[in-house]
Design a binder for this molecule. Sequence first.
Ligand code: PLP
Length: 448
Amino acid sequence: NHEFSTVGQRVRDDDRRHVFHSWSAQGHIDPIPVAGASGSWFWDYDDNQYLDFSSQLVNQNLGHSHPRLVRALQEQAEQLAYIAPSFAAEPRSTAARMIAERAPTGLDQVFFTNGGADANEHAVRMARLYTGRHKVLSTYRSYHGATTGAVTLTGDPRRWSNEPGMPGVVHFFGPYLYRSAFGADNETDECRLALQHLEQVITLEGSDTVAAVLLESVVGTNGVLVPPEGYLAGVRELCDRYGIALICDEVMVGFGRLGHWFACDAWSVTPDLITFAKGVNSGYVPLGGVVIARDIADHFAARPFPGGLTYSGHPLACAVAVEHIKVIEDEQLLPRVRSLGTRLHAELTALAERHPSVGEIRGMGLMWALELVRDRESREPMVPFNATGEANQPMATITASCRDRGVWPFQHFNRLHICPPLNISDEELSHGLAAYDEALKVADEYVA
Ligand code: PLP
């Protein structure tokens, strides 16, 4: 369609002239101009369609343009588009109540933010003021956001060029059996040794200087690392023993991604603070927040909490969050995600058997990773850690192969992830898996 292409060209030209992009060398990008999107699909101005196996940034839990979310947004805009956080507003009150009702027992207050990074910033601030301590421990294989504190808490390389950042952050190793930091060869040992390591870090840092342990309940971007049975409970126990607040970052895994409202529910662990964003409302309007345990909230009953945001609890964002929770319930998506997780486990196991480039598959619900290797024996990753440019060429070729087949993958380092919207159909999931199957033939060519 000629007219469409002309618009697409203008969108692209204006973008390249005036839009400064995240995480990119500005001269090395060529973004696809997107014309529209619906459900699990988006398309450009030349009628190329992509099945979104990435839910954009793993945030569109109900996909694009869900009619109920669009209606909720329109109705709220007509009623009350904005009111300052100091007022009580219906969408804000209702969203907070509905989130509290679904959170682990004892966490019943919500502080709303604009996204995940500022949720983590505020959770850390609460933990520091509550404990009267300043250090925060977080894992190397993690991402917690891009603001100064959150990027310091982040373990992955995005932290490096932003250092020194916020004082008082110490990193530790979480469990990751496939590339164990402890030399373990089974989940039980990995769990025990990871807890022993964390306790040593707490001791050597001085337990009474540590305000919080911050971790992703299941690590997302940095590997889809599902903790072994007993790990989160063990961290909870260490935090209790040393008077440390446990903050679970559920920005990526909360609100149904793993088939539970909150990922920590899967292990019956109750943190002191849970941070959320992304899937709370699929990003139709930015929203994040902190769910707060009653004793921490009470700490600020008589003394003011020193934090706030102009858009805390934005009515439009909260109205979408309220409808989002209702849709997940009405469409019974939590059990559906759990059963799709079982299906994916079986199908990815079969996929891994067919393709020597797959070193390991792992995941839960609708968040899975295929860890690609050059050699299954040595586990040499398909590309080196944090590879760019020529060194990353194999992964660039593999992801291009998915895109050529009309499937938009999530790729990080030597991994392909599968994290589509929670309401993806069976047929769409099959379509995406078939594209990954073909792309893995490309990956197999790099196997030694
Ligand atoms: N925490 C986790 C686990 C994330 O995956 C992300 C974003 O990818 C963030 C925090 C930061 O969220 P935001 O980009 O909304 O600031």
